[in-house]
Design a protein around this ligand. Structure first.
Ligand code: BEZ
Length: 209
């Protein structure tokens, strides 16, 4: 069965462009993003890995470790990284796993044979400090991901893990948030004295610190 939200992100040991990685040990108690791409030396993937590299400061600010993966070899990844730096103006500054025998891809369900028979699709796993799967995304080969959106959801995941709130559609860091329906009005008042009731089930407040 496919990995579900709340499942423990499987541990593994694999080679990468930064040497052998034991996933849980590498990740430690950080948030992490494990993402796959279909193939080295392909156009959309080149823009994606370069974009992730350009966002280095933003990942660091959120305390997120990022790690890529495809079924290509370490040698292939390393050769391709030169192209990514040329095209995107930023060296790849995170490890990219080599998974030629598809061990990790199969553990995480990154191969969707009806879309791409033997290659990984564009999977994203956001993993919590205690190694739980907090969010998954799956994009097809022809559609590049929006990594600003992935940063946005990490901010939302961290906020909603720390406070009894939820984030509305299109929420951006600093916007109003929704008070968890689990809180009674009295509990909401105690935590968020200025909250507003839009509907009995939709109460809003300023984003907590
Ligand atoms: C791409 O990155 O452009 C790509 C990769 C695999 C299949 C199709 C497109």
């Amino acid at each position: 069965m496919a990995l579900q939200l709340g499942d423990t992100a499987p541990d593994f040991t694999a080679n990468s462009t930064q040497g052998e990685i034991e996933f849980h040990a590498w990740k430690g108690d950080s948030w992490a993003i494990l993402f796959s791409h279909p193939k080295d030396f392909t156009p959309v993937c080149t823009t994606e890995l370069g974009t992730v590299a350009q966002l280095r400061d933003a990942w660091d600010a959120q305390g997120v470790k990022v790690i890529g993966l495809s079924v290509d070899s370490v040698d292939s990844h390393k050769e391709w990284e030169q192209d990514i730096a040329d095209v995107m103006g930023e060296p790849v500054n995170f490890p990219v796993l080599a998974d030629p025998d598809r061990t990790v891809a199969n553990l995480y369900g990154m191969i969707h044979p009806k879309a791409l028979d033997t290659l990984t699709v564009r999977s994203v796993f956001v993993i919590t400090p205690d190694n739980k799967v907090a969010l998954t995304l799956t994009y097809p080969a022809a559609v590049g991901r929006n990594f600003d959106e992935i940063l946005r959801v990490v901010a939302a995941l961290k906020l909603t893990a720390a406070h009894p709130v939820a984030t509305p559609a299109n929420w951006q860091d600093g916007d109003e948030v929704i008070i968890s329906p689990k809180l009674s009005d009295d509990e909401a008042k105690a935590k968020f004295p200025e909250f507003e009731t839009v509907k009995p089930y939709l109460r809003t407040t300023a984003q907590p610190e």
